[in-house]
Design a protein around this ligand. Structure first.
Ligand code: RAM
Length: 351
């Protein structure tokens, strides 16, 4: 823990140095030999303020302890498309062995990731892939079967609003590769006859920032008086929307409800949503186990970096306590199942 916070401080100092002077080279550390203990892994989240990534980081820490790797995490304060570039470059300079990153853009990172790969660094996207630019990373560890998230979210909202009515999406940033992929499959799903009476009226972006998410959610509530639902496929967005809807009193059974009220669902952590499920603002929502992504990525990184594993579709590998895993299409590993939380089960989860 002590070591970790020291490393964090060290990373922070590098980041600050990087901000002050674009070209200031951070102290380079020699790259350790692959495979054995001392493997240097860094994880760059979308932004450092998002608590969702704490659990992803815990997975990295757990597995790093098990294999004797040296894990650090550092990242930008905001989830802008280009905000991670300077961090990637600094970590290349530092001489890490593995860069794991939750990409804020499908294409803005290409050059920086190529520079990392050219230095022999293993590049893994975790949680958000460089969609359409997969050749710029070695492998991706994503939440769950990506194709199921959008359809499942539409079905969940549909079941809450009787498959009828106007609804909006409150997303993360306009560039977010994961949210954009889910939104694309939501739109596809809506073409099915079952959802013919559900109308997507707007998509707004809260940038994974609480304040911005709150502001855009308030705007949705005043702009669409007939709104029946909101899907927010971001942990920050859904928590902010829940707070906004609770304060507005417009949820079903709420003090200011007009007609049937607004049903809110999406993707978030049980700890962020617990109060809102208990007070009736949100009936049910979904997520996966973020920790498993970090855990699996660590084992996978070690095996790729040591040359023991060549990522390809159908190749299997051992991921510590989580057992055997298989690399899928486009070198993507799906970490686990999509879970649905409601009053009956939310108490069992703590993350
Ligand atoms: C936010 C981030 C993350 C996403 C979750 C659901 O924390 O946008 O990338 O996977 O929400």
């Amino acid at each position: 823990m002590m070591k970790h916070s020291k490393l964090l401080l060290f990373g922070l100092a590098l980041a600050i140095a990087g901000c002050e002077k674009e070209t200031a080279p951070p102290t380079p550390t020699p790259t350790t030999s692959a495979g054995g203990g001392g493997l240097k892994i860094v994880f760059i989240p979308k932004d450092t303020g998002n608590v969702y990534f704490k659990d992803v980081i815990r997975g990295f820490e757990d597995a790093s302890k098990e294999i004797g790797a040296e894990f650090t995490t550092i990242g930008p304060a905001v989830a802008d498309a280009t905000s991670q570039i300077s961090y990637i470059k600094e970590q290349v300079q530092r001489g890490v062995d593995v860069i794991a990153i939750a990409a804020n853009s499908p294409d803005a990172l290409n050059q920086a990731l190529d520079e990392a790969k050219a230095k022999g660094i293993t590049v893994i996207t975790v949680d958000a892939d460089v969609a359409g630019n997969e050749s710029h990373r070695d492998v991706a560890v994503l939440q769950t079967d990506f194709t199921k998230v959008g359809p499942s979210q539409v079905e969940l909202l549909g079941s809450l609003i009787g498959y009828e009515g106007d609804f909006a999406i409150l997303s993360a940033t306009t560039d977010a590769p994961n949210q954009n992929a889910w939104i694309a499959t939501m739109k596809e799903t809506l073409k099915q006859p079952k959802y013919a009476k559900m109308k997507l009226v707007d998509i707004v972006y809260g940038n994974d920032e609480s304040q911005k998410s709150t502001t855009v959610c308030e705007a949705l509530l005043s702009k669409y008086p007939n709104l029946r639902g909101i899907i927010s496929p971001t942990s920050v967005g859904l928590a902010s929307a829940a707070q906004t809807l609770y304060l507005s009193g417009e949820y079903p059974g709420g003090p200011k409800v007009k007609g049937k009220g607004i049903e809110l669902t999406g993707l978030s952590t049980p700890n962020l949503l617990k109060n809102f499920v208990q007070n009736g603002t949100v009936k049910s929502f979904q997520l996966w186990l973020p920790r498993d992504m970090g855990y699996i990525a660590t084992y996978l990184a070690q095996q790729i970096h040591s040359g023991k594993l060549k990522p390809a579709e159908g190749v299997t590998f051992e991921a510590g306590k989580l057992g055997k895993r298989t690399i899928g299409k486009m070198n993507v590993v799906a970490a686990g199942e999509l879970l649905t939380f409601d009053k009956s089960n939310i108490g069992k989860y703590d993350f």
